[in-house]
Design a protein around this ligand. Structure first.
Ligand SMILES: [Zn+2]
Length: 244
């Protein structure tokens, strides 16, 4: 905290913002975020180092989650908490993977299956079957395990700025494709590129969406901010380095 802020707080007795009062109920759940899971040499060769966690680190991190007694939850449990007060398990955590890369099936899914850990893959449905992305067969297999949930990430990985009619189409198309296959009945969304927008929020509300995740850093999730939920970006390091 800088000195001026400290001075203001002490001198004027300004209380820190009470999120629960303003936006509650709130709950602390680290929602950790991954993109590619692949070995470091491949990531480097493809210029995907910044968006990759190595398969080895991913396994170590998932083992840590188990060893530390975290309870991996479905994201729908967060909306159940917001809307019905349904209690979350002790030490809740949620694992998310963005963009539905095929390496999620090749490198992350075996680890998750091995350890019985739930995760959500935010899927731009228009990219499914494109090379290096998941195909519907892999998605079906992972979903069938009961561990992996597939949620909306627009149709073409479209930014949430821009024209409302395009946003509407992007969110509606992905919603329809997922619904047609029985996916994402809990209406969960993540913003491509991470930034929320008033337009996107309007569209999400229109289609009955319950939660939307950003790439803003944090772990305090509040009902009044259910379309601007924070996450924690994970890299090649022990999860303890990310506050877990
Ligand atoms: Zn994305």
């Amino acid at each position: 905290m800088n000195n001026l802020l400290l001075f203001l707080l002490v001198f004027f007795h300004i209380a820190p913002i009470d999120m629960n009062k303003l936006y509650g109920p709130c709950v602390t759940v680290p929602v950790i975020m991954y993109h590619h899971i692949q070995d470091e040499a491949t990531a480097k060769k493809l210029g995907q180092g910044g968006l990759s966690v190595s398969s080895d680190w991913f396994r170590k991190q998932m083992e840590y989650i188990k060893a530390k007694g975290y309870s991996p939850i479905n994201l729908s449990q967060i909306s159940d908490f917001f809307d019905s007060g349904t209690e979350l398990p002790k030490k809740p955590i949620a694992i998310t993977l963005d963009d539905a890369y095929e390496d999620n099936y090749l490198n992350a899914y075996p680890v998750l299956k091995d350890l019985g850990i739930k995760a959500t893959i935010f899927t731009p449905t228009g990219l499914v079957t494109v090379i290096d992305y998941l195909n519907w067969g892999e998605i079906g297999e992972m979903s069938g395990s009961g561990l992996i949930y597939f949620a909306n990430h627009t149709w073409s990985h479209h930014a949430s700025s821009g024209a409302l009619d395009v946003l509407d189409k992007e969110i509606r198309l992905a919603d329809g494709q997922l619904a047609e296959k029985g996916y994402n009945q809990s209406k969960i969304f993540a913003y491509p590129y991470g930034n929320p927008s008033a337009g996107a929020e309007k569209v999400l509300t229109k289609y009955g969406y319950k939660l939307a995740f950003t790439t803003v850093h944090g772990s305090l999730l509040c009902k009044g901010k259910r379309f601007e939920l924070p996450r924690i970006r994970i890299g090649n390091a022990p999860l303890a380095n990310f506050g877990l």
